[in-house]
Design a protein around this ligand. Structure first.
Ligand SMILES: Cc1ncc(COP(=O)(O)O)c(C=O)c1O
Length: 368
């Protein structure tokens, strides 16, 4: 296994252990060995990483292909055209935007920034929390709040968990791995309340699968709100590595200061792919539509097998293996299907990405 892949798996395991999630070693990814070392081959069904099975958009592929021959030149213009397009999409100023090679880096940067005071931050569990490792290693204390019984983020307990030294809280909306959504009104009230005390960071990686508006509409008037978004999900550009942060200009300036080349360290190819993707709304609408129909069918099939599912607002499903009599992870391995691991021992909760119709057919043939 290549060293960087090994390091990443190790970090993920450590990150999850920190969140009270069962470490990776025990479950399927580790067991499946070398097939995880490379791009999925034709005989491997990848339902593990919440990638878009339909992407990138044809327009993004064309734009990337066209620009490759200009890759000998530096990206000196600091991606200003992409920043402008993102600002316009969210009706914000360009100073409210910071772009980077994927949103995980932005999550890491903000955590290091807020963690410099070595206070504490609040996070639900399970959620997407790998980005907090560097900051917690450096002394930023994590306050973990469990989800409610129906796997929602417990906003009341999150507020109650804030300590005098807490300066940030993270909400993933919709949440990974559960797929639950905090409705707009509830979230708006929560932001108004919580940002009186600290900075609220909202990760909207999967919001494009819903009809809910982005909470980014509050950032120009609220200095204590940070929104993180990515092109890795509905835009199908996970491998192109591009994400962005939206915040009040003072917050953007402070977080950018820790980067050597803020906004400049994404490739030309990623930049044009993102620009083309923003324009290709037909592609994202089609992805969301396909996903919604295959997701409902998949939930019905899981429930028919007696497996409890959490209603999902995303392109993945969180379900319980408690009533599954067979060796689920062994069966996935045998059929060369990449699933995830067990996020919670109690209830035996795991997650599966909603793939194409063909991929889900293979999945259900295997587990039925
Ligand atoms: C909630 C959430 N945020 C961020 C990311 C990472 O996105 P990126 O590829 O932009 O680093 C993921 C990836 O799965 C995610 O689930």
């Amino acid at each position: 296994m290549p060293a960087n892949r090994r390091t990443w798996l190790k970090q993920m395991g450590l990150g999850m252990a920190g969140l009270g999630i069962v470490p990776l070693e025990a479950f399927s990814i580790q067991d499946q060995g070398p097939m995880y070392d490379h791009f999925p081959k034709d005989d491997i069904t990848r339902l593990s990483s919440n990638e878009n099975p339909y992407g990138p958009s044809p327009a993004a592929i064309a734009a990337m292909t066209e620009i490759l021959k200009r890759s000998n030149r530096y990206n000196w213009n600091y991606s200003s055209d992409l920043i402008r397009a993102i600002a316009q999409k969210h009706q914000l100023k360009e100073d409210n935007v910071l772009i980077s090679a994927g949103s995980t880096e932005l999550l890491d940067l903000q955590a290091r920034y807020f963690g410099a005071a070595k206070g504490s931050f609040v996070i639900s569990a399970p959620t997407y929390g790998y980005w907090s490792k560097a900051a917690t290693d450096a002394g930023y204390n994590k306050i973990v709040v469990p989800l409610t019984a129906d796997k929602k983020q417990d906003l009341g307990s999150i507020l109650a968990a804030i300590r005098p030294d807490t300066n940030m809280l993270y909400l993933c909306n919709p949440n990974n791995p559960t797929g639950t959504l905090i409705p707009d009104k509830e979230l708006t009230d929560f932001i108004a309340e919580a940002t009186k005390k600290l900075t609220v960071v909202i990760d909207e990686a999967y919001l494009d699968y819903t009809d809910q508006p982005s909470a980014a509409r509050w950032v120009s008037e609220n200095k204590n709100l940070v929104i993180i978004k990515t092109f890795s999900k509905i835009y199908g550009l996970a491998g192109a590595r591009i994400g962005y942060l939206l915040a009040h200009e003072e917050t953007v300036a402070k977080i950018s200061a820790s980067k050597t080349w803020a906004n400049g360290d994404i490739s030309l190819a990623s930049r044009v792919a993102a620009m083309a993707s923003l324009k290709d709304t037909a592609f994202t609408i089609s992805c969301a539509k396909h996903n919604s129909s295959i997701r409902s069918q998949s939930i019905q099939k899981l429930e028919k097998l007696g497996l409890r599912c959490i209603p999902s607002h995303t392109h993945f499903i969180y379900f319980s293996l408690e009533n599954y009599g067979k060796d689920y992870f062994g069966i996935l391995k045998q059929h060369k299907i990449e699933g995830t691991y067990m996020y919670e021992e109690v209830g035996k909760w795991t997650r599966i990405t909603v793939g194409t119709e063909e991929e889900m057919k293979r999945f259900f043939q295997a587990i039925s």
